[in-house]
Design a protein around this ligand. Structure first.
Ligand SMILES: C[S@@+](CC[C@H](N)C(=O)[O-])C[C@H]1O[C@@H](n2cnc3c(N)ncnc32)[C@H](O)[C@@H]1O
Length: 415
């Protein structure tokens, strides 16, 4: 009797189906709940690796397929190809993929195909893999990005997306992170490569740091010294910026629409022994007056593709117009929550100017008394500065250091 396939590989194929068939992001799955932590991590890693290299896998598979197989069979082949080309042992990968096909009611008849194709890929795929171009973004996203940043910049981004992201940590002020052996970045984040299990790293249990991409740690820094100030984090969960504000001595109100996501803010605050007032609710209905408001608005999250390669495949950008409308409404609401002379940071983890630079331009047109405040910090590089006075960060910046998330941020004040 053939051996059962590895639970991690089987789950990874299910994850690929979820992203590519149902358009559900990898972060929103309960498929992994039944797995032990090691299999869960392996399934995530395999699905991420396959999605990053999907274009290459498809190109290698094409000559071996007379017609396109059903999606699940294709996903089994993609996973097998990505693993074989990453140095996976041919026997284990091929026999597991055949068994995954054999188990499925609609895929069992394709097990011979999976076996034959993956044996050919095992023979010629690994040498051909590295000669393929870096996988391109899908057209719905590539076209507007080329228009905004030019073809070379987008090609550079695609290279960084393929390489994936290191793990960045934000240290709690005064914490000593030297036991982690990471690289201290110019902006104060600590960068680790091949970090492994996060909760096993030194200082995790003590709450000495939290995971936060180096670019995502910058919007809070734009506010300068926030000691004793009342600061509203208007879209707070999972809470990286709330932690920064609380650690810097602000009186923080952290609001989010999602109660479930707010639980993560609560857990993070408890682990880091920091405090904030948590409010579950719609930002549009919140009342109050604050010294500063941080609006890290819901967006296409296209700046985070190197860590979430499922994102460009899970949808076609259908929600972007709706998100742009929401960002505009939240922008105006955030301004109404400022005390006279208060400061607003507007930020999005998007690469699309409509969700960043254009939002600020349009807000300036709607509010004649609004102005963009000048930014001055030793870590700001000239090429990050955008025309209207904000900072535009891109994944291809700091390429030699391992890149950064794409982000946009600006500091504003009214009156
Ligand atoms: C980009 S994420 C925020 C990330 C967070 N600032 C951090 O640094 O960890 C956007 C958040 O906005 C929340 N959100 C979306 N619409 C909202 C609304 N109308 N009111 C409040 N929060 C909202 C989402 O639940 C999501 O957690």
């Amino acid at each position: 009797m053939p051996a059962a396939p590895s639970p991690a590989r089987l789950a990874a194929v299910d994850l690929l189906d979820q992203v590519l068939e149902q358009g559900g992001p990898l972060s929103e799955t309960d498929r992994l709940d039944r797995l032990d932590p090691a299999d869960r991590a392996a399934a995530q890693r395999l699905a991420v690796m396959t999605l990053r290299g999907m274009e290459r896998a498809d190109r290698l598979l094409k000559p071996h397929l007379r017609k396109a197989p059903p999606l699940r069979v294709m996903n089994i082949l993609r996973l097998g190809t990505a693993e074989l080309c990453a140095g996976g042992a041919a026997h284990g990968v091929v026999s597991d993929c055949v068994e995954i096909a054999a188990q499925g009611k609609w895929t069992a008849s394709a097990k011979g195909l999976v076996n034959a194709v993956l044996r050919k890929v095992a023979a010629d795929g690994p040498a051909a893999w590295g000669k393929q171009r870096f996988p391109r973004l899908p057209r719905w996203l590539r076209d507007p990005l080329v228009e905004a940043w030019g073809p070379q910049a987008v090609a550079n981004m695609e290279r960084v997306h393929f390489e994936g992201a290191p793990l960045d940590l934000t240290p709690k002020p005064g914490a000593d992170l030297s036991a982690l052996g990471g690289e201290l970045l110019p902006t104060g984040s600590v960068r680790l490569r091949d970090a492994g299990q996060i909760s096993a790293l030194p200082g995790y249990a003590e709450g000495d740091w939290w995971v936060q991409d180096a670019a995502a740690a910058l919007p809070v820094k734009l506010l300068g010294d926030v000691t004793g100030l009342s600061v509203l984090d208007l879209c707070a969960a999972p809470g990286g910026k709330t932690l920064q504000l609380a650690a810097a001595g602000a009186q923080v109100t952290a609001l989010d629409l999602s109660q479930a996501r707010l639980e993560r803010v609560s857990e993070n605050l408890a682990r880091t022994r920091l405090s904030a007032t948590l409010v579950a609710g719609d930002a549009m209905e919140h009342e109050g007056q604050y010294d500063a408001v941080l609006l890290d608005a819901p967006c296409s999250a296209t700046g985070t593709i190197r860590r979430h390669p499922d994102l460009p495949h899970a949808h076609q950008g259908e929600r972007i117009t709706e998100l742009i409308g929401l960002q505009e409404a939240l922008f105006d609401k955030a301004l109404s929550l400022l005390k006279p002379g208060g400061k607003l940071v507007y930020a999005t983890c998007s690469l699309i100017p409509d969700e960043g630079e254009c939002q600020v331009d349009e807000a300036l047109a709607r509010h004649p008394d609004l102005r963009v405040l000048p930014l001055d910090a030793p870590w700001i590089e000239d090429k990050w500065r955008s025309d209207e006075g904000g900072l535009r960060l891109r994944p291809d910046f700091w390429a030699e250091k391992g890149g950064m998330d794409g982000f946009y941020m600006a500091l504003l004040s009214k009156g």
